[in-house]
Ligand binder design. Sequence first.
Ligand code: HEM
Length: 208
Amino acid sequence: MLASLTSPLPALMAFSWPPEAYLWFKTLHIVGVVVWFAGLFYLVRLFIYHREAEELEPALKTAFQDQYALMERRLANIITTPGMVVAVVCAAGLLSVNPAWLKQGWMHAKLAFVAALLAYHWFCYRVMGQLQKGSCTWSPKRLRALNELPTLLLVIVVMLVVFKNQFPTGAATWFIVALVVFMAASIQFYARWRRLRAERLAAEAAAG
Ligand code: HEM
């Protein structure tokens, strides 16, 4: 009797979530995921602009790179990381309301891909730190290729959460994979075409 009055444990064990808690966690989880990904996609785009500014004349280069550095820090700390925290905290809420998900294969696969995404998030912070110190060696081309990774992880994780243990391996899946590869390749080709055109125009202008 005395133990149940002094220890909070029985009260905690008796705690049960209100019926709508699961749907609230899911709503906020999805909102967090959207914000997190918007931040991740734009952050690496800013890294590309930051590196491309190397080509500018010294005064412009400093002004542009300082501005990109500020935008990167604000985007990472005010949008991307808070989005990640909301997504992960609400995911923990979903699992605490329904711990049975943790026994399912699709959830184990999802957690493995989310771990890769968290590693990517950490890696972006590392590149951002190098850019701020002026010691980043990643070329714009490599950064553009890197920016395809979260797209791939997004497609896989969303497919896992929608199809769960019936993950499809048929024609539709291969069509989606081909579409993602095609989009990634188009972005790389377009960037290359733009760079070659800028070089040609500069050469023509120099030749008078
Ligand atoms: C921190 C790790 C994560 C855990 C433990 C987790 C867990 C969950 C759980 C338990 C659900 C509810 C499933 C259902 O009710 O059918 C869910 C829904 C969802 N999750 Fe996650 N999640 C995580 C990260 C992510 C990430 C990184 C993404 C996006 C790439 C994502 C996208 C979604 C989507 C779109 C839904 C809604 C699916 C639906 O209602 O059909 N989750 N998540």
